[in-house]
Design a protein around this ligand. Structure first.
Ligand SMILES: Nc1ncnc2c1ncn2[C@@H]1O[C@H](COP(=O)(O)OP(=O)(O)OP(=O)(O)O)[C@@H](O)[C@H]1O
Ligand SMILES: [Mg+2]
Length: 348
């Protein structure tokens, strides 16, 4: 049986003047999911989160959190969720212990025993034990982020909404916060925004991609890649051939949009990349097959010793770019580098 729907968003829209920052979003989050919200700068991630946490009222549509409506029962919604806003403000002069106690009281944990139990849980799960008595102002950004997450879970909410929890952290802190999200995700439902694809692959059961306030993809990270899995390029490696001759021969063939050829002198190889189909779109399978056949024919005609020919699938990052209507990341960048002469003469 599918888990209970914890967040139910129906046709949600939020406008700032003429701008529809959130433009008719419909999706659900089920209990136990860790959902990554992906989107470029300005896609509407923070706006969506502010609406779900009742900091902004929507212009259209509805949303419920654990059955409570954001419009008719904001108090109920806030009780059931914990929120880490973008650039969360913290009381820097307070100690971690005081701050969490303060937040817990504000959250209505009046009974001391229950409050201490929850603070202990948050401190334990957020790895804050070594900093329990430290003033927040003395903490590193990674530890401050842990305090931000601890304040969001202290009242034992069903749902955690974290707006770019790893933004501005160094790589070690990023890994630590990701691990923390995964640990918290064992007992809580987590909805967090990020720009980082590996983050979604590392911790999420599901990714939602939005672009200009609209949902453009929704599925597991694997599904997302599979939706765009057809190779957009073919890569071939030849041995003992002259790169400029190969480049010239491939330029005249119409089975691909572009070809780039580069010598790998230390391996005695020439690598050819064939970009198939129209830019920014996934090619049809027959286009990929036709390109493969045309390459084999050229190799036979010129007597090129072919080591291998394979299609390259997309990374989750490419899938994200494709879903938001951008050309795959390395498509044109590769061409630019490949346009340079394959071998440059040593100076002097
Ligand atoms: N208070 C505001 N007044 C007017 N426009 C706003 C306001 N807040 C956000 N916007 C605009 O709404 C759009 C969505 O912004 P939002 O902050 O939700 O995006 P985001 O996906 O969180 O971006 P980022 O990745 O940069 O945090 C942007 O075009 C932004 O400029
Ligand atoms: Mg934002």
């Amino acid at each position: 049986m599918a888990a209970e729907v914890l967040v139910d968003v129906q046709g949600l829209a939020k406008t700032y003047g003429p701008l529809r920052a959130v433009d008719g979003l419909t999706f659900q989050v089920r209990r136990g999911e860790i959902v990554g919200l992906l989107g470029a700068n300005g896609a509407g991630k923070s706006t969506l989160m502010k609406v779900l946490t009742c900091y902004l009222t929507p212009d259209e549509g509805t949303a419920t959190v654990a059955g409570c409506s954001i419009e008719s029962d904001p108090v109920g919604v806030r009780r059931r969720l914990g929120y880490l806003p973008e650039n969360a403000p913290l009381y820097t002069e307070m100690r971690v212990r005081e701050f969490l106690d303060f937040v817990a009281r504000m959250r209505g944990l009046n009974a001391r025993a229950r409050r201490m139990e929850r603070i202990e849980w948050a401190v334990e799960h957020c790895g804050l034990k070594p900093k329990y008595m430290a003033p927040i102002g003395t903490l590193s950004r990674g530890y401050r982020q842990r305090v931000g997450i601890a304040q969001a879970v202290v009242h034992d909410p069903d749902l955690l909404i974290l707006d770019e929890p790893t933004s501005g952290l160094d790589p070690i802190q990023i890994v630590e916060i990701r691990r923390l999200i995964a640990i918290i995700g064992q007992t809580k439902t987590v909805f967090f925004s990020t720009h980082i694809m590996q983050e979604v692959e590392a911790v999420c059961s599901r990714a939602i991609v939005i672009n200009k306030g609209r949902l453009v993809a929704d599925g597991s990270p694997t599904d997302l890649k599979a939706q765009t899995a057809r190779p957009g390029r073919l890569v071939a490696r030849l041995r003992g051939v002259d790169a400029s001759n190969v480049r010239k021969a491939l330029e005249g063939i119409s089975a691909w949009r572009k070809s780039s050829v580069r010598a790998v002198p230390d391996q005695g190889l020439v690598e050819c990349v064939l970009h198939v189909g129209a830019g920014g779109q996934q090619p049809e399978a027959r286009e990929v097959n036709a390109a493969g056949e045309a390459f084999f024919a050229a190799a036979r005609e010129h007597g090129w010793p072919l080591l291998d020919l394979h299609g390259e699938g997309m990374s989750l990052e490419d899938a994200f770019l494709a879903a938001t209507g951008h050309a795959p990341r390395d498509d044109d960048a590769q061409d630019a580098s490949a346009a340079e002469p394959a071998q440059t003469k040593a100076q002097g």
